[in-house]
Ligand binder design. Structure first.
Ligand SMILES: Cc1cc2nc3c(=O)[nH]c(=O)nc-3n(C[C@H](O)[C@H](O)[C@H](O)COP(=O)(O)OP(=O)(O)OC[C@H]3O[C@@H](n4cnc5c(N)ncnc54)[C@H](O)[C@@H]3O)c2cc1C
Ligand code: FES
Length: 281
C-alpha cells in the first residue's frame, strides 16, 4: 500500500497529492509518469510526476478532477492509502543546453512541467514560460514557475474565446522577434489542441518543439497498444517511446484527438476543457 502524505487544493478541482513511494522517488526523472490504482476495484490512471524527494521517499503529482477516479482521489485524505502506485514510467524528457527555451503550459501541465524546467535551468538554459489558464482563479503554480523561469508570462483566456488564442497570441509576438531574440527550443505541456497548434506555428521557423502526449493508456508498458500514435509514419507507443515527442514529427493528431475523446462522458463534456475529451484547459 502507498500512504498519502499530503493533499492540497491548488485551484478549484485541482489538487496536489504527495504519496510515499520510495522506489519510485529514487528513480524518477523529469517528464516521467506513474500509474496508480486507488483500491482493488479501481481503474489504472496515469499522472505525470510533478516532483519527488528521494530522501523522504515521496512522489508528487497534480491532478484535475474530471471523472470517477480523479473525483475519488479528491475525497482522500493524508493517511489514506493507494492500492498500487507504479513507476516511474515512460522515457525522461530530453535535457541539454539549448540556449533560449520557450515553455508553454496549461492545466496540470503548469505543475507537471516543473521537473523538466528545473533540469533545463540546471543546464543553464534561459527559460521563458507562458502559462495559459482559462481565468485567474485557475492560474495556479505561478510562484513555482517563476522560480525556474527567467520570465513568466500569463496568458489568461477571455470568456467565449478559444483558449489556445491567449497563448498563441503571445507566441506569435515572440516568434516575430526570432531570430533577433532567438528561441532554440519549445516545450509544450497542455491540451492536445494547444500542443498541435504550437507545433504548427513553430514548424516554419524550424524550432524544435517537444510535446508531451497523453493518449489513453492501460498498462503503460507497451503491451496493450492503447496509447499508440503515428510518428513519421511509424507506430509509436506514448508510454514507452514517449510521452515526449517532437511535435513536428507527429502525423496522427486527428486520430489522437478522436481517440482521446472516445470515453469522454457527459460529465467531462460539460466541463470547460480546451479539447472536450482531453481533460486539459
Ligand atoms: C502519461 C499521462 C500523464 C498524465 N498526467 C496527468 C496529470 O499529471 N494530471 C492529470 O490531471 N491528468 C493526467 N493525465 C490524464 C489522466 O490520466 C486522466 O485525467 C484520468 O485518467 C481521468 O480518469 P477519471 O476516471 O477521473 O476520468 P474518466 O471519466 O475515466 O475520463 C475522463 C477523461 O480523462 C481521459 N482519460 C481517462 N482515462 C485515461 C487513461 N487511462 N489514460 C489517459 N487518459 C485518460 C479521457 O480523455 C477521458 O475523456 C495523464 C494521462 C497520461 C496518459
Ligand atoms: S498503455 Fe499499453 S501500450 Fe501504452
Amino acid at each position: 500500500m502507498f500512504p498519502i502524505v499530503a493533499h492540497e487544493e491548488l485551484a478549484p478541482k485541482v489538487h496536489r497529492m504527495s504519496v510515499k513511494a520510495p522506489i519510485v522517488a529514487e528513480k524518477s526523472k523529469p517528464g516521467q509518469f506513474v500509474i496508480l490504482i486507488v483500491d482493488e476495484k479501481g481503474e489504472r490512471v496515469p499522472f505525470t510526476i510533478s516532483g519527488w524527494d528521494a530522501s523522504k521517499g515521496t512522489v508528487d503529482f497534480v491532478y484535475i478532477e474530471v471523472g470517477k477516479t480523479t473525483c475519488r482521489l479528491g475525497s482522500l485524505k493524508p493517511g489514506d492509502q493507494l492500492a498500487h502506485f507504479v513507476g516511474p514510467l515512460g522515457k525522461p524528457a530530453e535535457i541539454d543546453h539549448y540556449g533560449h527555451v520557450l515553455a508553454v503550459a496549461s492545466g496540470y501541465g503548469a505543475s507537471a512541467i516543473l521537473p523538466v524546467l528545473k533540469a533545463l535551468k540546471e543546464k543553464e538554459n534561459r527559460i521563458t514560460t507562458i502559462l495559459q489558464a482559462p481565468d485567474r482563479e485557475r492560474a495556479f503554480g505561478c510562484a513555482e514557475l517563476e522560480e525556474v523561469s527567467d520570465r513568466l508570462v500569463l496568458a489568461i483566456g477571455t470568456p467565449g474565446e478559444d483558449m489556445t488564442v491567449s497563448a498563441t497570441r503571445l507566441l506569435r509576438k515572440l516568434l516575430a522577434n526570432h531570430p533577433q531574440n532567438p528561441i532554440h527550443r519549445v516545450i509544450v505541456m497542455g491540451s492536445l489542441c494547444l500542443m498541435r497548434v504550437i507545433s504548427e506555428m513553430t514548424r516554419p521557423y524550424a524550432i524544435k518543439t517537444m510535446v508531451h502526449l497523453t493518449p489513453l493508456m492501460v498498462d503503460g508498458t507497451g503491451m496493450c497498444g492503447a496509447c499508440r500514435l503515428s510518428v513519421k509514419g511509424n507506430n509509436r507507443f506514448a508510454c514507452v517511446h514517449g510521452p515526449e515527442f517532437d511535435g513536428h514529427e507527429v502525423d496522427g493528431w486527428d486520430v489522437l484527438m478522436a481517440r482521446r475523446c472516445t470515453y469522454a462522458d457527459e460529465s467531462v463534456l460539460q466541463q470547460s476543457f480546451q479539447c472536450r475529451g482531453c481533460s486539459q484547459w
